[in-house]
Unconditional design. Structure first.
Length: 277
């Protein structure tokens, strides 16, 4: 009959323990059970120590044992997938044979979708698409600038008048156009340039419109701004300085020694030429 030694070992010998050599005098039989408090329970085997780190199979960099992703390359320790756009290394990342990676199909479809989106370049907006810049609009009005021999004769100017000819046509693409002469020192660049006529002031007069009607205003010129009608005698009195004078279809503006200005609707050819310039 076997005995149980004080250290909890089962011994076939009845005098001394086969394992530790303890005296078995008074030791209980193995089949009779140990007396409470007499036997020392056998120690449980020690649990294996937890790993201090885990090595990334993609870049071989060590990470904390509870990390979900590799801190170096972003490898997912849970799914075994690489982040989108990051190329995998030459290490074998395939799952063991017979195991399926449920995240693989989703990753592949997501990568394919990303490739399709990135394949087509974004459209480059034109100046009129999504920029807030209005498209070019042809001017509806023009100003004809004439050399008028009759007006020159009436002024009795000492200046030599240029040869009369076809007028200079100025598109009126703005709602307010300055009549005058260029002055670099005063930074004056008029919309209707009468620089060749020395009788015109630098800032002589202003043309304005409400979209359907045009008005002229004298800005305090030296020689005045005159308005007369076609087939009528030349005007003798200038308009007042300050108030705006509405222009009719038959009205003509006279300034300086020989300049006559006519505001009229633009022709289709003039509109096309203005857009092309």
């Amino acid at each position: 009959m076997s005995k149980v030694c004080p250290n909890g070992h089962t011994s076939e010998a009845t005098d001394y323990c086969d394992t530790c050599g303890s005296d078995l005098a008074g030791a209980p039989d193995a089949t009779g059970g140990a007396k409470p408090g007499n036997a020392t329970p056998q120690a449980e085997p020690a649990a294996p120590a937890a790993p201090s780190s885990q090595v990334c199979p993609n870049c071989a960099v060590e990470s904390a044992p509870d990390s979900l992703f590799c801190e170096a390359c972003g490898y997912d320790f849970t799914t075994g997938a690489m982040p989108r756009g990051v190329p995998a290394s030459s290490l074998n990342l395939d799952p063991p044979a017979g195991s399926a990676d449920p995240a693989a199909p989703e990753a592949e479809s997501a990568a394919a979708a990303g490739a399709e989106v990135g394949a087509a370049p974004l459209p480059v907006p034109t100046p009129t698409e999504g920029t807030g810049i209005p498209p070019a609009v042809a001017p509806e009005w023009v100003a004809e600038v004439w050399v008028d021999p009759e007006w020159y004769a009436a002024q009795e100017s000492d200046e030599t008048m240029p040869s009369p000819g076809l007028p200079v046509v100025v598109p009126l693409a703005v709602r307010s156009a300055l009549i005058g002469r260029v002055s670099a020192s005063k930074n004056i660049v008029p919309d209707i340039d009468c620089t060749s006529d020395s009788g015109v002031s630098r800032r002589h007069a202003q043309l304005t419109t409400d979209g359907t009607r045009w008005f002229v205003e004298d800005l305090g010129s030296s020689n005045g701004t005159f308005v007369g009608q076609i087939a009528a005698p030349l005007p003798e009195d200038p308009i007042e300085v300050g108030p705006k004078r509405e222009l009719g279809d038959a009205d003509r503006i006279y300034v300086g020694a020989w300049t006559r200005i006519v505001v009229r609707k633009a022709t289709e050819d003039e509109k096309a030429a203005a857009l092309a310039s």
